[in-house]
Design a protein around this ligand. Structure first.
Ligand code: UD1
Ligand code: CA
Length: 489
């Protein structure tokens, strides 16, 4: 996949040709500030809003991902407040900066708090941490429009079918790019409520102009908060240029304020991912039922059946079939692999042509070799199963190194745990383990050896030997008949 950081990859639409924020370009210094301090009252949750997940990732992480394609992470500032430590810990890996808004007194206040952090920049792109569908392309276009217009404030707007709940854009005239104000839903008059052009909550500001006037924001509104949206009017009064750029991709601006909105956003992301995979040659039957995370990679001609979850960094080769009801996380699957219904996999690796399931549970560290088979109700953990080896029924294989061409009979169990330590089982190439055997680790079964069915193996088995680890059978002729007769008396 193409990965491009910094603004250099964005096709600059600017006539000025100075829109790149790439660190070594001579263009304006551009920062991104992401407002992410709010509590998210409407979610009724212990978890801060921006840590709620859609598409397998926290809301804020999606926004950060888009931001770092516009400017380097060192120029991204996430403004956090509610449960700040938790948010910081969850997103430290992204390498962005954090600014603390200890008390959340509104979106305008969030920017007041970031004043010092942003003082070294010419422009700041302001994003909402709860609107994860925004793409870096749209952010780039908004930035370019702002620079072309030489505006003090540029807001991203969109026409929504149902604008209820959003701030409405008040243009100077219908055709004008210039905006005279933004009116929040609660303060809007009846005619204003009919305006379908909404404020997305994404902006670009000229830093000097923003901080030159931000002190004029007031809390004279129903929430007693400093609204960043009021900057449109404040800057207008200071004879600064305030414009709006309307995106045609209205769905990108949707915010996740409620659980229902989060579910909608999640569904949109999942469908988009499935469509992308299909465009790349993967068959996804009934995509609405599949949950496929953004970073999952699948090669062409692989078929994903309904009700499959592919999570984390899972990679799947070509010409595979993943049948229904599988949940696969952070796993690597080679080419031509068949995963039968109901398998659960985590951090597992499957070689070319392997066949697993139905109902196999491959836990972390399971390496299933080329053409190997793992079948019904088989659990594996930290094992290597060599080329062409088979463990087809009702088995537990843990901490085991198993060679090629091995046959593991039904019900075989590696006893790998003594209550304190884990021990290893080694099974060399070509071994045959009879059904219902227990292998008490540490133990080794040498190349080509046989273990008789129902054996309890506690000692190493030499190469090519037969090991019988069970009591000899006793037969008592007529015993049952005599017992029945005794009962009848
Ligand atoms: C905001 C806009 C509204 C717009 C909508 C788009 C304001 C006053 N209104 O409303 O015009 O249509 O977004 O989605 O800005 N936050 C902070 N600190 C705070 C308060 C909020 O960082 O003190 C963060 C929140 O965590 C959130 C973002 O700012 O990520 C937006 O706040 P939110 O309360 O969701 O604003 P909306 O009501 O959606
Ligand atoms: Ca919001």
């Amino acid at each position: 996949m193409k990965k491009s950081k910094g603004g250099s990859s964005f096709p600059a639409a600017s006539s000025q040709g100075r829109t790149s924020s790439h660190p070594d370009s001579s263009g304006p210094r551009v920062a991104v500030a992401i407002m992410a301090a709010g509590k998210g009252t409407r979610l009724k949750s212990q978890l801060p809003k921006v840590l709620h997940e859609v598409g397998g990732k926290p809301l804020l992480e999606h926004v950060i991902r888009a931001a770092v394609r516009i400017v380097p992470a060192k120029d991204v500032y996430a403004i956090i407040g509610h449960e700040a430590d938790r948010v910081r810990a969850a997103l430290a890996h992204t390498g962005v900066n954090f600014v603390l808004q200890a008390e959340q007194r509104g979106t305008g206040h969030a920017l007041m708090v970031a004043r010092e952090a942003l003082s070294g920049y010419d422009h700041v792109i302001v994003l909402s941490g709860d609107a994860p569908l925004i793409t870096w392309e749209t952010i780039g276009r908004l930035r370019n429009f702002h620079l072309e217009e030489q505006a003090a404030m540029t807001l991203l707007s969109a026409d929504l079918e149902n604008p209820t709940g959003y701030g409405r854009v008040l243009r100077k005239t219908v055709r004008s790019a210039e905006v005279r104000g933004i009116v929040e839903e609660k303060a809007a008059s009846a005619p204003q409520k009919k305006i379908r052009e909404i404020n997305s909550g994404f902006y670009v500001f000229a830093v000097k102009e923003l901080y030159g006037s931000i002190g004029q924001l007031s809390t004279a509104n129903p929430h007693h908060e400093y609204y960043l949206t009021d900057m449109a009017e404040v800057l207008g009064k200071a004879r600064q240029r305030v414009v709006a750029w309307k995106t045609a991709n209205a769905s990108e601006v949707l915010g996740g304020n409620t659980r229902a909105e989060l579910a909608d956003i999640d569904q949109q992301m999942r469908l988009a991912k499935c469509r992308q995979l299909m465009a790349d040659g993967v068959t996804v039957f009934y995509p609405a039922t599949c949950v496929i995370d953004a970073d999952v990679e699948i090669a062409p001609d692989t078929v994903i059946e309904p009700y499959v979850q592919l999570l984390g960094k899972t990679r799947i080769g070509t010409a595979c079939r993943v049948r229904s009801y599988c949940v696969i996380r952070d796993s690597e699957i080679g080419d031509g692999v068949i995963v039968r219904p109901g398998c659960v996999m985590e951090e597992a690796r499957l070689g070319t042509g392997a066949v697993v399931g139905p109902y196999s549970h491959l836990r972390p560290g399971s390496e299933i070799g080329e053409g190997a088979h793992v079948g019904n109700f088989v659990e594996t953990k930290k094992i290597k199963l060599g080329k062409g080896s088979k463990a087809n029924h009702l088995t537990y294989l843990g901490d085991a190194d198993i060679g090629a061409g091995v046959n593991i009979g039904a019900g075989t169990i590696t006893c790998n745990y003594d209550g304190v330590h884990k021990h290893k089982t080694v099974i060399d190439d070509g071994v045959f383990i009879g059904s219902d055997s227990t292998l008490v680790a540490p133990v080794r079964v040498g190349k080509g050896a046989y273990v008789a069915a129902a054996s309890c193996i506690t000692d190493d088995v030499p190469e090519d030997a037969l090991a019988l680890g069970r009591a000899r059978q006793i037969v008592k002729e007529g015993w049952a008949r005599e017992k029945r007769a005794a009962r009848r008396k």
